[in-house]
Design a protein around this ligand. Structure first.
Ligand SMILES: N#Cc1c(N)ncnc1-c1cnn(Cc2cccc(F)c2)c1
Length: 299
C-alpha cells in the first residue's frame, strides 16, 4: 500500500482539469483534450510517499525521459507533443511538464525484466516461474536472466501493488494481436535501453512501460526509463545473491532502515523527514544518472 504522509492538494490552473494525483506526478487535461503531466519532487520508498521532497528530481527525471523518448524514436512513436508550459501554470513547472497526446491506454503495465528481483523473485522462489514463464533452476536475487522476459502486470488501485499476470491473461484482456504487439515492442525497447545503459556502467534490471493507441498505432506513453519506472543498478557493484544497491534510492533506504531514523519500514507509522545530507546526496544521484546516461551536463 503506497501511502501519502500528507496527500498533496492539486494546483489549480485556469483551463486545466486535474485528473489524477500519482505517487510522484500529477495529471491534468487541457482545453484541447491533451494531457498535461507534471513531475513533482516527491520520492517514494517502502510503499510510502516520503514527506521530504528531493530538489530538482521532477525536472531531472522529465528531461531524462525526454532523452530516452528521443533515443527510442526509431523503434516506437511516443505521446509527447511539447514541453511548453500551459498558460497560467506556475513558473516552477518549467522543465518538469509534458504536454501529451491523449491515447486509448492499454490497461496493462508492460514490464520487461533482464534480471531477477522484487516480485519476480518472489514468484520464482515458489514456482520457478515469473508470470507463468518457466525459468532455470539456480537463480537468485539479482541473477541475470538467460534472456529478457515480458512480465506484464495489471494496474493496481491507488496505493496497492501491481499484480503480475500471465501473457495468456493479457491476451484474454486486450486480444491476441495487441498482446503480441505489446510484448514485442516492450522487449525491443528494453533491449535497446539496457545496451545504452550498460555502455554507461548502469544495469537496467527491469522497467515498466505504459502504452496507448492512437488511430491504430501503438504509442509509448507515460514516463520512460527513469529511476521511478525502472531499477537501475551500478554495474560495478552487481553481485547476485543479495539485494543490489539502488542507483538512486540507496542513501534513502539505508537511512530509513538505520537506527538514526527511528522508523520501522515494516510498521504502520509514516516515515520521518529525511536529513538534509541524505536529501542532497539523493538529489546528486538523480543528476548523476542524467549525466551518465545522456552524456550531457545538467546545468
Ligand atoms: N501517459 C499517459 C496517458 C496518455 N498519453 N493518454 C491517456 N492517458 C494517459 C494516462 C492516464 N493515466 N496515466 C498514468 C499517470 C501518468 C502521469 C501521472 C499520473 F498521475 C498518472 C497515463
Amino acid at each position: 500500500m503506497t501511502g501519502f504522509v500528507v496527500k498533496p492538494e492539486p494546483i489549480e490552473v485556469p483551463g486545466l482539469v486535474h485528473l489524477h494525483t500519482g505517487k510522484v506526478r500529477e495529471l491534468y487535461r487541457d482545453a484541447q483534450d491533451r494531457l498535461v503531466m507534471v513531475a513533482s519532487d516527491r520520492m517514494s520508498a517502502y510503499d510510502w510517499v516520503l514527506p521530504t521532497e528531493i530538489p530538482d528530481k521532477g525536472r531531472v527525471l522529465t528531461q531524462l525521459s525526454l532523452w530516452w523518448f528521443d533515443q527510442l524514436a526509431d523503434l516506437v512513436p511516443n505521446h509527447v507533443i511539447s514541453t511548453d508550459l500551459p498558460a497560467g501554470a506556475p513558473a516552477d513547472w518549467e522543465g518538469r511538464t509534458l504536454i501529451c497526446r491523449r491515447l486509448d491506454m492499454v490497461p496493462v503495465e508492460a514490464v520487461a525484466r533482464g534480471y531477477l528481483t522484487g516480485s519476480g523473485l518472489k514468484e520464482y522462489e515458489v514456482s520457478r516461474t515469473v508470470c507463468g514463464l518457466a525459468l532455470p533452476e539456480g537463480l537468485t536475487d539479482g541473477s541475470e536472466l538467460p534472456a529478457p522476459i515480458f512480465t506484464p502486470a495489471t494496474k493496481a488501485e491507488v496505493g496497492e501493488h501491481d499484480e503480475n499476470v500471465s501473457y495468456e491473461e493479457v491476451a484474454r484482456r486486450v486480444g491476441a494481436d495487441v498482446a503480441a504487439e505489446l510484448r514485442q515492442t516492450t522487449l525491443a525497447v528494453y533491449g535497446r535501453a539496457r545496451e545504452i545503459a550498460r555502455d554507461r556502467g548502469i544495469i537496467l534490471a527491469d522497467t515498466k512501460f505504459e502504452f496507448g493507441y492512437d488511430d491504430g498505432t501503438l504509442i509509448l506513453a507515460d514516463e520512460v526509463l527513469t529511476p521511478d519506472s525502472s531499477r537501475f543498478w551500478p554495474a560495478d557493484a552487481w553481485q547476485p545473491g543479495r539485494s543490489q544497491p539502488s542507483f538512486d534510492k540507496q542513501f534513502v533506504r539505508d537511512w530509513l532502515t538505520s537506527p538514526a531514523s527511528g522508523w520501522d519500514h515494516r510498521g504502520e507509522a509514516p516515515p520521518p523527514e529525511l536529513p538534509e545530507a541524505v536529501v542532497a546526496e539523493t538529489s546528486a544521484k538523480y543528476v548523476e544518472a542524467y549525466e551518465r546516461l545522456t552524456r550531457m551536463r545538467w546545468l
